[in-house]
Design a protein around this ligand. Sequence first.
Ligand code: IPE
Ligand code: IPE
Ligand code: MG
Length: 246
Amino acid sequence: MYKEKIDMSRLPKHIAFIMDGNGRWAQARGQQRSFGHTAGADTLHAVVRCAKNLGIPYVTFYAFSTENWNRPKEEVNALLKLMVKHLEEELFMKDNVRFRLIGDIERLPQDMLDSCNHLMECTKNNTAITMVVAFSYSTHWEMEQAVKQIAQEVKDGKLDVEDITDKTIDEHMATNFMPDPELLIRTGGEQRLSNFLLWQTAYSELYFTDTYWPDFDDECLYKAIVDYQGRQRRFGKTGEQVAEEK
Ligand code: IPE
Ligand code: IPE
Ligand code: MG
């Protein structure tokens, strides 16, 4: 229904997702929260496939925040296990998907780190779509490490303070290999960013839906894109200026 309404010449190059509502989805079915996370992982693959078929080059998924380390130990362990299970090489090679991980990898268990590194290496030349998973990620962590790196470069005499621009900050962010998302989608009904891509979403269009992540299907994605394409992105200018530029 919504697919025909998409203007294929104005697709976003990067869509970021806050995959929320797995726990509530499971609880509504009388199941454990982990049941929802398992279902959510299937949704993730389906969304990558759908975005790839549309021709969207980058998708980023918020899978686990720095703050999520504070969840009960069993849930954290279940999420780590689930992540490792879904890092299967065949899945990515079959669909020609390039995998990238962003986040504080120092907190990850070694087996997961090994799997991630292996997957990043063997998918690095895949070209259909880049799928980025933000795991153990938060913008506060990301800014902290960016500031430390920049300060170190100044200290080492490699960089002048006067030469620091917003581009310098961009280059030190974990997302420096891709464009900022034009569209950010959060499922699960909450209207907040929860420490996700705060720097990179400065001018993103935000789309919130009550749909729980495991129920987010192709049609939901098409609908969000149609909504996005119906907005006027002004970047500080007036509506008239933007209309004239067209
Ligand atoms: C999102 O679903 C997945 C993670 C944060 C890992 P939640 O687990 O937050 O689900 P709700 O918000 O409790 O329903
Ligand atoms: C945000 O989900 C993080 C992820 C989707 C991974 P949460 O459900 O943990 O977010 P808050 O803490 O309720 O905002
Ligand atoms: Mg949640």
